[in-house]
Design a protein around this ligand. Structure first.
Ligand SMILES: Cc1cc2nc3c(=O)[nH]c(=O)nc-3n(C[C@H](O)[C@H](O)[C@H](O)COP(=O)(O)OP(=O)(O)OC[C@H]3O[C@@H](n4cnc5c(N)ncnc54)[C@H](O)[C@@H]3O)c2cc1C
Length: 395
């Protein structure tokens, strides 16, 4: 007899979502993870009372799949201000008065941003997903948003979201994410972004998870791991796209967008607001203003990120942005993440097949969209495909 009905490889959000839904369908699952904890790219380190997410990241509470799977109240979400400060000016997304206030400087752009935003909030998601493919840069210009506003606000903001300052990312993905920002803003759980995978892991049966177990190869029905061979009726590869392409030859390795995040501890907060500040390719926020739990009492935690892994001296830029010296700030951590987000240009297929061969399935953000939402949806899709096939084989 096999070790399980299904073996899921990788306990990131996709693998966890798949496992939870396969178990709910009554299947015996073994979830194999190479690392010492769950979460994949969504993990949080604790250091001297600071919570450090592995790279600056946020949850959009309006993500439909997050709402479907998780009890948001239990995550104790701490919201960011709904807007950004760029070039010293604030673009508020609270309501349409935000663009209206922005209009004092550029009335045409304010109208264009408001029209685009209204459309994105109201149009069914399916229509946004099937719009003609183009890059985000072209799309913003199609809405007649000036080059100056694109460079001052959208390029730095989206450069931080997609880690792609060139704005080559699919405009479909842009509209879907923009809509979620408008509908629900951004937040982090009080206990760090790790709370998200942990909430899913809490739903996984105790004996299903095998940490510190590296998968070396897979074939339909068999998984070779660092601690021996496992057999099952179906195998789901829910690793990052590069590892998946190594394990399943039919897959193409994605190209990646990178990021570096620096965390500074400061004796006091340089800005008493939970708002993102943008300056070219740099984004920064006082995390302890967003979530006081991110720093020990009497200290502030500042994050700063740039979409590259090349060395950069961000201090002079932070001093300009916050209008204060950083001499008393301690650099407490630096996260360089070359494989942060699979690049999704305009020709990206939003829904790649979950099944690659009889008995062999794939999930992960690279199969849907490079986001928390995409990873969770891919987990649900793969669980549905496996469940249907196994039931069919039984009958
Ligand atoms: C710095 C950063 C910021 C981000 N910001 C946001 C954001 O603000 N909003 C948003 O929506 N998304 C954001 N994302 C993207 C989002 O985190 C990912 O899209 C999502 O977490 C991917 O989940 P996944 O399960 O597909 O893959 P992963 O998280 O990569 O999980 C794959 C798992 O497989 C395991 N694994 C790999 N190889 C093996 C092997 N051989 N054997 C066993 N296990 C293996 C890995 O250890 C890992 O746990 C960000 C990502 C990063 C890195």
């Amino acid at each position: 007899m096999e070790d399980a009905d299904v073996i899921v490889v990788g306990a990131g959000l996709a693998g966890l979502a798949a496992t939870v839904q396969l178990q709910a369908a009554g299947l015996r699952v073994v979830l194999v993870e190479a690392a010492d904890g769950v979460g994949g790219r969504v993990r949080t380190d604790e250091m001297d009372g600071f919570l450090l997410d592995r790279g600056f990241q946020v949850l959009l509470p309006a993500y439909p799949e997050v709402r479907r799977l998780l009890d948001l109240d239990r995550l104790r979400l701490q919201p960011f201000t709904r807007g950004v400060i760029a070039g010293g000016n604030e673009l508020s997304l609270d309501d349409l008065t935000g663009p209206a206030r922005f209009a004092v400087r550029r009335p045409g752009d304010a109208l264009a941003v408001a029209a685009m935003s209204l459309r994105d909030v109201l149009l069914p998601g399916r229509r946004l997903r099937t719009a003609p493919p183009k890059s985000t840069e072209r799309e913003l210009r199609r809405w007649r948003i000036s080059e100056q506003t694109v460079d001052e606000i959208f390029r730095p903001f989206l450069g931080g979201v997609f880690l792609d300052p060139e704005l080559t990312t699919s405009s479909r993905l842009f509209h879907l994410i923009w809509r979620c920002f408008l509908r629900g803003g951004a937040a982090v759980p009080a206990n760090g972004m790790r709370a998200l995978p942990q909430a899913l892991a809490d739903l996984v049966a105790d004996d299903a998870l095998r940490l510190n177990t590296h998968v070396e190869s897979v074939s339909p029905g068999t998984v070779e791991t660092s601690s021996g061979t496992l057999t099952a009726r179906a195998v789901v590869v829910a690793t990052d796209g590069t590892t998946a392409a190594g394990l399943v030859p039919q897959l193409t390795e994605p190209t990646w967008n990178a990021v570096t995040t620096w965390y500074f501890a400061a004796p006091e907060s340089p800005l008493r607001r939970p708002i993102l500040l943008l300056d070219g390719d740099l984004n920064t926020v006082v995390m302890s203003e967003v979530a006081p739990t991110y720093a020990p009492p009497g200290q502030a935690l500042i994050s700063a990120s740039i979409p590259t892994t090349q060395q950069a001296d961000v201090r002079p830029r932070l001093e300009r942005l916050y209008g204060t010296s950083t001499a008393g700030w301690d650099l407490i951590a630096e996260y360089q993440i070359p494989h942060a987000l699979p690049r999704m240009t305009s020709d990206h297929l939003f829904t790649s097949p979950a099944k690659t061969a009889p008995g062999l399935y794939v999930a992960g953000d690279h199969r849907d969209t490079s986001s928390i939402q995409g990873a969770l949806v891919s987990g649900r899709r793969v669980a549905a495909a496996v469940t249907t096939d196994l039931r069919r084989r039984k009958s």
